[in-house]
Design a protein around this ligand. Sequence first.
Ligand SMILES: [Zn+2]
Length: 170
Amino acid sequence: MALPTHIDPRKLALQGYLLEGEVKTDSLPRLASSVSAICSPLKAAVQFELDESRAKVAHGTADVTIDVICQRCLDTVQIDLHADFAVQVIWSEDHLHRVASNYEPWLVVDRMASLSELLEDEILLALPLVNYHKVGECTGDTFLNEVASEPDGTISDSPFSILEQLKQKR
Ligand SMILES: [Zn+2]
């Protein structure tokens, strides 16, 4: 089911509404320009509710599969992005101090807010700056083995240590 692009988050919070569905890839222009391709519609589930202090909040998950360039072999690699988020709706930046520490502020100055923009923001935060194939699936692996010094394979989850080693090699 397609999610509505625009919603009234305060009304949904008062109703304790759960929205579940998909955002079409053409509603995600910023994600599209950050990756090689968006492979699937973005799937999301967002629970709107009032928290203990009756603040209007929403928490949920967003998932999407994308194609990006592997920075080791410069081939395409498919990656599943997942975001967990919790946001508190506020009318203006003057209310930022009211946002509890476990929520991100969601500034909604009008009655209606763009749900697809919120979900796109959250999934962009989950997008790594650099991406790699898994070890064993990358044609750049021979090169990786040459520079990898840790025998325990921790290098696969630490792109920065690879960069460090590349710098030292020069
Ligand atoms: Zn690769």
